[in-house]
Ligand binder design. Structure first.
Ligand code: FAD
Ligand code: NAI
Length: 476
């Protein structure tokens, strides 16, 4: 007799583990299938985000930013340190400890919520009133049945044809987070989120970084004023060598590193020799081995699982969430879809507002935004009012030595409703949430302008930008 559950979740990344917890809170019997193995060969929960994504990358960003601060920022405070030493082994060890703490934390949460962890990879065997799912690992296989299935199998790095990723010389995110030494020359293909974050980590630790980007524009999804500021800081001030509008022609692994031949934006053939190469050109959905065809699960032409606005697939009682479906590939989007689907299975009517999902790039300064850019809104014919306030006029930012960047609030010219928020600053990731909350509550710029903000705080810059929408900043 196979075990049977109300809900079986396939995948324990932020989408799947959160969906499992919410379903268990709602009183369902829940099992979560996950077969991820960490470098020690142990099975681990947490998916891309906790094992090789958000969490380890932010640990290394923090460590490397501390090095950058000591080398370039502490002098202003009158602090000088001689004989600075970086122990990369220890830095990587710290990162691994954080990852382990977090992934073990999910095991604790599973026990607390009485969620069964089915160790292995899951595939659909058959459908009908209940679904049969086979769970297979290196040692064993078993079949379970489920009334409801939530697919949360996430994504994997997209690789380029002819460029074999070995995660030694040519790396995707997994290898790029685990370098044992700092490469002298680092090449990066793709100036997207991973390219900029991990390019920054290794540049701060001493690598000479060249980023090759196919698009002629830098950070195309970002508001143009933020794009310009980010370009200036990352290239001119920090020395990231970003080349736009390139075509990669040939990549060859040599005894001593990697050689890249590319055509630049003027049509000239160029050569880049580096010790390591990161390929960060986007991610693709994980649907291999899911047995989708055994139950007739529908995919889009981009290989994503097709879902409606409520994450329902074409199969009754089967949902899909996170990176494996449409929408931004972000951990918080996956998590919120997980909560919403569990609640929908319980008969509730949850709703996710995709217009208020924040984006954050954890470079230094950080780039964060919510809603639309000024260019998008103007192209749509929306009449807008724009308020901008620089951190150079914010006392807390100056005290922190972080007076660069600004907050930009975009509001509907007629109703004053906030339609977009854009921040470039060292702490933009924390500040953007005020604008997310405001947009979720359909606030007007004046609503933020009339809220008392603590002093001295960085958040006063958000308020001042809201005041600037009505041309009445107080401190500028
Ligand atoms: P995943 O986290 O990919 O998890 C899917 C899980 O499903 C995996 O554990 C996998 O083993 C498992 N699985 C797959 N197939 C099966 C199967 N057949 N049976 C059982 N299990 C299966 N997002 C942010 O919001 N903020 C960040 O700062 C951020 N930083 C990132 C940094 C990097 C370097 C990378 C690569 C990504 C980053 N992301 C970030 C993106 C974020 O990691 C993803 O959006 C998020 O992990 C998606 O969650 P998910 O649950 O959909 O899938
Ligand atoms: P990305 O989509 O952010 O950027 C990929 C870049 O590569 C783009 O600029 C694209 O134009 C470029 N590119 C594509 N093909 C190319 C080619 N052949 N030659 C040169 N350039 C090429 O993808 P990335 O950086 O791999 O990250 C994947 C996803 O992971 C992100 O989109 C995001 O969803 C998630 N992520 C989120 C983070 C965050 O929230 N802070 C951090 C890291 C990843």
């Amino acid at each position: 007799m196979s075990k049977s559950f109300d809900v079986v979740v396939i995948g324990a990344g932020p989408g799947g583990y959160i969906a499992s917890i919410r379903a268990a809170q709602l009183g369902f019997s829940v099992a979560c299938v996950e077969g991820w193995k960490n470098p020690k060969g142990e099975m681990a929960l947490g998916g891309t985000c906790l094992n090789v994504g958000c969490i380890p990358s932010k640990a290394l960003l923090e460590s490397s930013e501390n090095v950058e601060k000591i080398e370039h920022k502490f002098g202003d405070h009158g602090i000088s340190i001689s004989g600075l030493k970086v122990d990369l082994n220890k830095m990587q060890g710290r990162k691994e400890t954080i990852v382990s703490k977090m992934t073990k934390g999910i095991e604790f949460l599973f026990r607390k919520n009485k969620i069964t962890w089915l160790k292995g990879f899951g595939s659909f065997v058959s459908g009908g009133e209940n679904y049969t799912i086979e769970v297979k690992n290196d040692e064993s296989k078993e079949r379970v049945t489920a009334k409801h299935v939530i697919i949360a199998t996430g994504s994997k790095a997209r690789h380029l044809p002819g460029i074999a990723v070995d995660n030694i010389s040519i790396c995707d995110n997994e290898g790029a987070l685990a370098f044992a030494s700092v490469p002298k020359r680092l090449g990066v293909i793709g100036a997207g989120v991973i390219g900029l974050e991990l390019g920054s980590v290794w540049r701060r630790l001493g690598a000479e970084v060249t980023v090759l980007e196919a698009m002629p524009t830098f950070l195309a999804a970002v508001d143009e004023s933020v794009q310009k500021e980010a370009w200036k800081v990352f290239t001119k001030e920090q020395g990231l060598n970003i080349k736009l509008g390139v075509t990669i022609d040939k990549v060859a692994t040599k005894k001593t590193g990697v050689s890249i031949e590319y055509t630049d934006d003027k049509g000239l053939v160029q050569k880049l020799d580096c010790d390591k190469l990161i390929v960060s050109v986007g991610r693709e959905p994980n649907t291999d081995g899911l047995g989708a065809s055994n139950v007739g699960l529908k995919m889009t032409d981009r290989g994503l699982i097709e879902v409606d606005d409520h994450c329902a697939t074409n199969l009754p009682n089967v949902y899909a969430i996170g990176d494996v479906v449409r929408g931004p590939m972000l951990a918080h989007k996956a998590e919120d879809e997980g909560v919403a689907v569990a609640e929908r299975i319980a008969g509730q009517q949850p709703h996710i507002d995709f217009n208020t999902i924040p984006w954050i790039i954890y470079t230094s300064p950080e780039v964060a935004w919510v809603g639309k850019t000024e260019q998008q809104l103007r192209a749509e014919g929306v009449e807008v009012k724009v308020g901008q306030f620089p951190f150079a006029a914010n006392g807390r930012a100056l005290g922190q030595g972080e007076g660069g960047g600004f907050v930009k609030v975009i509001a509907d010219a007629r109703t004053d409703r906030i339609l977009g928020g854009h921040i470039i600053h060292a702490h933009a990731s924390e500040l953007i949430q005020e604008l997310v909350t405001a947009m979720e509550f359909r606030a007007a710029a004046e609503d933020i302008a009339r809220i008392v903000h603590g002093h001295p705080t960085l958040s006063e810059a958000v308020r001042e930008a809201a005041l600037a929408v009505d041309k009445r900043t107080l401190n500028m």
